[in-house]
Design a protein. Structure first.
Length: 365
């Protein structure tokens, strides 16, 4: 089947025009009809404690900066009734919990030879789905133990410790990619039951894949296509766009900028982008990673303090115009994905990224 390419002008209108692609086609009176009404969240909603102001948020369909996917920002949907009460799934480490640190070690920081106790330790995954001795499920899985302390969440760690975790990500990513049969290294953490965590002790995961995931390939193609038509780095354009709008910015420092993306697929989604072109962890020195931790620490702390589960994704690129991105995606904020999302790939997000960014700024600054 011949692949259909969307003209660059249409594909990338979001970061080249003032109005959203779809919302700009609505008559003014229709836009007013779908404006959100500010009503209190029911006490059963996990998001009630966020106290988000969506009174100025309108329902609209948004297209991603670069990708051909759409998000329906629908703040009124957060007020729909629920027959089910919210259920807490606290994860508490006990004496009976598995000891991750007893598994075979592949990296310790500081190194074991130093004679000092480790701050971050990487071990083999005891229950891997992929292994180096299985040709039909080839790959490698490891666990990054974020801290030796029990019952201490990642969001409770200080920026220095989080920087050390990021250094462990980099060292293992560089080492694993020396295997010519590994095409992509996925790094992520599931923080909380609703985000997929099964163990209480703070840990991240590294999964080395024999293929590049199609989602990463599509982004690489979109970035290459964008640069070809506009002769401009697509992520520089995204940063310029968000700076010009201001409403979705969270914080920034010398090296990184944090914001809630325009077409957020996940509730309370936040991106942390390097200001210069860095595609992979390999190109980050310790100072750059420490700078990233300065922004990542308060964002994850804010979610942890509000009992919001989240995924942290370390999105590495395969093309020179892709950019390393730390993505934080809230998981149990209001409602999970339903049939529309699963059946069509079109996402309904009941928390406008503008409201999420306002909340983050209040917590971070």
């Amino acid at each position: 089947m011949e692949r259909v390419h969307i003209p660059a002008h249409d594909m990338h209108r979001t970061i080249h025009v003032e109005e959203p692609v779809v919302a700009s086609t609505l008559p003014a009176q229709e836009s007013q009809k779908v404006a959100a009404v500010a009503t209190p969240l029911p006490d059963t909603h996990p998001a009630a404690k966020l106290n988000l102001d969506v009174s100025q948020s309108a329902t609209e369909i948004r297209r991603d900066y670069l990708h051909e996917y759409y998000v329906l920002v629908a703040p009124k949907r957060k007020n729909r009734p629920y027959d089910t009460a919210s259920h807490d799934h606290p994860m508490v480490e006990s004496a009976d919990s598995p000891r991750l640190d007893l598994q075979k070690s592949v990296l310790e920081i500081p190194p074991r030879e130093s004679g000092r106790p480790w701050n971050v330790k990487v071990v083999e995954n005891k229950y891997p789905a992929l292994t180096l001795d299985n040709p039909v499920a080839y790959g490698q899985q490891e666990l990054v133990i974020d801290t030796p302390l029990s019952n201490v969440a990642f969001g409770s760690l200080d920026p220095g410790q989080i920087s050390t975790v990021l250094q462990a990500y980099r060292q293992r990513s560089v080492s694993i990619k020396q295997n010519k049969h590994i095409a992509y290294v996925s790094i992520f953490r599931n923080d909380g039951y609703e985000a997929g965590a099964s163990l209480a002790h703070a840990h991240s995961q590294i999964i080395a894949l024999p293929i590049v995931p199609p989602q990463i390939v599509r982004e690489a193609e979109a970035c290459a296509h964008y640069y070809e038509h506009f002769q401009n780095d697509p992520f520089d354009a995204i940063i310029d766009f968000e700076r010009s709008k201001k409403v979705r910015l969270i914080a920034e420092n010398v090296d990184w900028i944090a914001f809630c993306p325009y077409a957020s697929q996940w509730q309370m989604e936040a991106w942390i982008l390097p200001k210069r072109t860095i595609s992979v962890l390999d190109d980050c020195d310790n100072a750059i990673l420490s700078s990233a931790a300065e922004l990542l620490a308060p964002i994850t702390r804010a979610l942890t303090d509000t009992d919001i589960s989240y995924n942290l994704i370390v999105d590495q690129g395969i093309h020179k115009n892709q950019r390393l991105t730390l993505k934080v995606c809230g998981r149990n904020v209001v409602s999970p994905w339903g049939g529309l999302e699963v059946g069509t790939g079109m996402i309904v997000n009941v928390i406008p990224p503008e409201a999420a960014a306002t909340w983050y700024r209040q917590q971070v600054l």
